[in-house]
Design a protein around this ligand. Structure first.
Ligand code: ATP
Ligand code: NCN
Length: 205
């Protein structure tokens, strides 16, 4: 007689979620997503550009369609990466609680893994409905040069901290470089360099 099979539930998909303003998307974002996908055996990483990032209201953010298209261009060649418009199409200020609720509703066969840099993770308790966030998704904090990666004050078991190859790139720096006429080649994907040029983004930043 063969070994008795234990009843098992359906295997859940593992869906990474990389939220960001992506103004513009750069190689720091892409390396973080790629590294977490490999380490956590994710089936897919969905990049979710913010609609209105309410914690960035002190500066003018580029139109959502430009940020969305740059994210599509940057991720198009990776079959594991996709881009969602949910935060843009919902309208109004973007709250991750809504992002996660909507993604859960659309992917009831998946466990969610929200990927965030050290700077964003340090702010998470200031996010809307911070307590509930951890019941909808596991959080993965990744290293970022210039920021301390810590899960102090965050729920035990709700967050994993991982070291990713350090890329000291920020969207702020990319915008400033374009404004000064400095190159952003190799900081952002080639297609994003071309898109910034074509749409004349950041010239007066
Ligand atoms: N170089 C990087 N390494 C690791 N994580 C990063 C890096 N840059 C951004 N992130 C993370 O990616 C997510 C989205 O970041 P965001 O779109 O705000 O980019 P940013 O470079 O921080 O932009 P800005 O300079 O305009 O604030 C955040 O969780 C952020 O911490
Ligand atoms: O939910 C919130 O209140 C909240 C406040 C600030 C940032 N976030 C999310 O954090 C991610 C990174 O944001 P940002 O502004 O650093 O690009 C992005 O998915 C945002 O929607 C979420």
């Amino acid at each position: 007689m063969g070994e008795q099979e234990m009843p098992t539930g359906p295997v859940k998909r593992r869906l990474g979620v990389m939220g960001g303003t992506f103004d513009p998307i750069h190689h720091g974002h892409l390396v973080a997503a790629s590294e977490v996908a490999a380490l956590f055996h994710l089936d897919e990483v969905v990049f979710v550009p913010t609609g209105e990032p309410w914690q960035k209201s002190q500066r003018a953010v580029s139109p959502a369609e430009d940020r969305y298209l740059m994210t599509v261009i940057a991720t198009a060649s990776n079959p594991q990466f996709s881009v969602s418009r949910i935060d843009i199409d919902r309208g109004g200020p973007t709250y991750t609680i809504d992002t996660l609720r909507d993604l859960k509703a659309l992917n009831d066969d998946a466990d969610l893994f929200f990927i965030t840099g050290a700077d964003a993770l340090a702010q998470i308790l200031t996010w809307r409905n911070a307590d509930e966030l951890f019941s909808l998704s596991h959080f993965i904090g990744v290293t970022r040069p210039g920021h301390v990666l810590t899960d102090d004050g965050l729920p035990e078991g709700g967050v994993s901290l991982v070291e990713v190859p350090a890329l000291a790139i920020s969207s702020t720096d990319c915008r400033a470089r374009v404004a000064q006429g400095d190159p952003v080649w190799y900081l952002v994907p080639d297609g994003v360099v071309r898109y910034i040029d074509k749409r004349e983004l950041y010239r007066g930043a």
